[in-house]
Design a protein around this ligand. Sequence first.
Ligand code: IPE
Ligand code: IPE
Ligand code: MG
Length: 253
Amino acid sequence: MPTEPASQQRTAARPDLRIPTHVGVIMDGNGRWAQARSKPRTEGHVAGVKALRGLVQSCIDHGVSYLTVFSFSSENWSRPKDEISFIFGLLRRFVASDLEKLHRNNVRVKIIGVRDGLDDSLRRLIADVETTTAMNTGLKLQVAFNYGGKAEITDAVRRIAALVADGRLKAEDITEDTIGRALYTAGMPDPDIIIRTSGERRFSNFLLWQSAYSELVFVDENWPDFDEASFVRVLEEYTGRDRRFGGVEAQNR
Ligand code: IPE
Ligand code: IPE
Ligand code: MG
């Protein structure tokens, strides 16, 4: 499946930077950030939300079209109960406190991940933020919450298999596009770049299908320390990359 060409958009401030159309971020290192300051891990998550606000603004300023952030994985359920409920509370507070500003800034928000098992009030809040911002035409912000790439693909396979069982789709007609359209990210271009903070070098089940041709950038800073200057450094790194998509020449300029 051809990946969408990277945006040729240039920013006024840094016309030398090539701006990715879709940025994915694995926001990691909140706990270590707090630990280094002798604070509870929960403070790291609070600081992480501030860094997320900053990144949303940076993406708007630089003309990024899609931003997908990993905020709670399907594997994060193995954490202590207290930490899990704190993170859930933080999502509620983020949605409640930031919805108005996000809407004013023309940001469209989607939560991607499994909703079964989330309590009713959280599901209502998610539905509310999505409907309120559905018609916005600015930055498309996807928050991957209770998300796992393998679960997403499994879910897609299940739905496609049901169509085949019903006789509504022939097995031989299944294409990469059929699968792409059955994922939570249906209709979005694949991420051009995936950033992971805190020095870890793995995906931890983030956007497995969609990252086939993403440029990977690993930075050592913990997520709460990631700011506009860090983002610009990442964009500089991305600008220098040769994206070949299996061919022999860079297709990025
Ligand atoms: C990322 O920070 C946030 C979530 C996974 C919810 P961590 O909480 O994983 O922080 P570290 O990796 O323990 O430092
Ligand atoms: C990945 O971080 C998930 C999020 C950032 C939400 P983790 O901290 O959960 O990943 P591992 O356990 O180090 O692989
Ligand atoms: Mg971590």
